[in-house]
Design a binder for this molecule. Sequence first.
Ligand code: GUN
Length: 286
Amino acid sequence: MTAELIDGKAFSVRVRGLVGAHVARLAAQGIVPGLAVVLVGEDPASEVYVRNKGIQTREAGMNSWEYKLPADTSQEALMAQVAALNADPAVHGILVQLPLPKHLDSEAVINAIDPSKDVDGFHILNVGLLGTGQKAMVPCTPLGCLMMLRDRLGDLSGLNAVVVGRSNIVGKPMAQLLLGESCTVTVAHSRTRDLAEVCRRADILVAAVGRPRMIPGDWIKPGATVIDVGINRISEDGRTRLVGDVDFDSAVQVAGAITPVPGGVGPMTIACLLANTLTACCRAHG
Ligand code: GUN
């Protein structure tokens, strides 16, 4: 058996099309959603992400602002930047690109963002709203994963979902979202005993550990839906390439459906960022 590929790239085009159509309707009322992205320092990978976010934001018809601050920016200066964006009614979404340079307190910065403009869903208020099943800004990567799961499986209730990884950005919010869909959720991590056995129980397996090809095909239940969040840059045969947390070549023989890397979860993350910005704009305008 060979798994069906879940084409996140094509799905993201559809989502961005829907967002763009809604943005066009708002434009007729003189409303333009706007996203401000703050980048501190010159991390090359972050610069690529931020550039792509800007391009796709503008393509969807929204306003996009990029604030590039030097690596030695002080906590006070960054907090002042966030405060200015909070106060600007044209800005509906604020994203501070992570990781921040080590001397900065990321938690304090994130929690200084107006929760209604927190399109990352990282503010403690949004974390609490999601955890209690209330209307929240939902982190973009798990939101994209959930959209793909719903699209493939329809009703998720009663399914065994295993999330491998417990990060605040992906693992924990993913588990909350799956619980919200009435899945039976297990969150596994580096200390989990007999991880292979835990994974084999999963109807839905979400891998978000950041370790290249850690999950082989024989850890996967036949027919399971596998969502690979990992984006790991490795050197192989003298060239660099991107691989997921799942060993794709063996997993594709066993799974019912699987997201490829690249072209799976990655493109959905930015599409969901645009969707969250649109949501924030609509809520701001009542
Ligand atoms: N760095 C890597 N992924 C993300 C993300 O989703 N949001 C932010 N703010 N920074 C990131």
